[in-house]
Design a protein. Structure first.
Length: 370
């Protein structure tokens, strides 16, 4: 029988920093710009579970995290290190399992064949032990026949656990979980569902028509999921990653178009580099800016065919930025920008890998930049 092992590394950036630094084990550690080095408006990128127990979480403003967890050790991020470590994990898993589907820098889906749930659990335990002993990294593994359910199970297994959901237990496992646990259901969809009186995944089963009316195709997919059927076009790791993005928050809000262009070029190059490492091509580029009042504007455009390399991202991103700066939202250049980001969607494995990954379907575009 076919199963998916969904591997998610625990507190990934922190774990990368702890390798070779045993003195950091068991201590609260936060990866992000240390607010003690002067005022910053950065956010927490990764927090150890010791830090999380004080209420700190990813994306929290660092000033707030420092107040909640004054004893934390702060470490500035080293993205090149995290990319390298991610490749080490991928190669280790490929050696053992052959086929590995990276879903993000710290998540990997492994399609495996085993006779039953007990054998699938044994494999998951093996993965955890192997990643820990060979690479010194803690992880959690969710196991299910459906890749989407396996991912949801992984979140429930964290940290350092294995959770197996056999096919006959799927509906009961999902029923009590909040709808926000479904990949792709963010705060907006959650609020919409709450308006329909739906808070738990099990409640989705009673409202197929309303879901379809309010959410269209996605409504049908989450209805199918709640009934224990694998959705046809969401969350399947076979579809490959849906989007990638990179963002920068300025130390001080800026309206200078040159500064914005420069930041966007840097982000585009970094994004292109990481796509190149994964041999991913893209077709759609999105630029978004968060203004100083926290409101957001976004522009997106697709190219006629898949693209690779930095130039198409740069070129299109700069055009989109120009449009944003000329739009009424920019208030004639008076409105300042707090955060700028560039994302790509419509990803597909390109170049040499295409032949190897026969039948690797191009994904639907992600509706939001991650
Ligand atoms: Mg993780």
């Amino acid at each position: 029988m076919r199963w998916t092992l969904y591997v998610d590394l625990d507190a990934f950036y922190v774990s990368c920093e702890r390798r070779g630094h045993p003195e950091l084990e068991g201590r609260p550690v936060i990866v992000g710009p240390d607010p003690k080095n002067g005022p910053t408006r950065g956010v927490v990128l990764s927090a150890s579970y010791e830090a999380r127990s004080t209420g700190v979480h990813s994306a929290m403003p660092v000033e707030r995290a420092a107040r909640l967890c004054p004893e934390a050790t702060w470490i500035p991020p080293d993205f090149a290190k995290y990319e390298r470590t991610s490749q080490e994990v991928r190669h280790l898993l490929e050696e053992r399992f052959g086929r590995v589907l990276p879903r993000s820098i710290d998540e990997f889906a492994l399609p495996v064949e085993t006779p039953d749930a007990a054998a699938a659990r044994a494999l998951a335990e093996e993965v955890r032990a192997m990643v820990r002993s060979e690479l010194g990294l803690p992880s959690s593994v969710g196991v299910a026949a459906s890749p989407t359910v396996a991912k949801i199970a992984t979140d429930r297994a964290k940290p350092g656990g294995v959770l197996v959901v056999p096919p006959e237990g799927t509906v009961d496992f999902l029923a009590p979980l909040p709808v926000g646990d479904i990949p792709g259901v963010g705060p907006k969809t959650e609020a919409l569902l709450a308006g329909l009186g739906i808070h738990r995944i099990g409640e989705l089963r009673s409202a197929p028509q309303r879901l379809r009316r309010e959410l269209g195709r996605f409504g049908e997919e989450i209805y199918r999921l709640a009934r224990g059927e694998e959705p046809t076009d969401m969350g399947s790791p076979e579809a490959g990653p849906r989007s990638r993005s990179a963002e920068h928050t300025f130390e001080r809000d800026v309206s200078d178009p040159d500064a914005l262009r420069e930041a966007l070029e840097r982000l585009s190059d970094g994004l292109a580099e990481s796509l190149g490492q994964e041999e991913l091509a893209y077709r759609t580029v999105t630029v978004s800016v968060r203004w100083d009042d926290f409101k957001q504007s976004q522009r997106s455009r697709s190219m006629p065919s898949q693209q690779e390399g930095a130039d198409p991202i740069r070129g299109l991103a700069l055009r989109l930025l120009q449009e944003l700066l000329r739009s009424p939202a920019a208030d004639g250049g008076r409105r300042k920008v707090r955060t700028i980001s560039v994302g790509v969607q419509h990803l597909a494995h390109g170049g040499a890998r295409q032949a190897k990954l026969d039948g690797f379907a191009a994904p639907e575009p992600g509706s939001a930049v991650k």
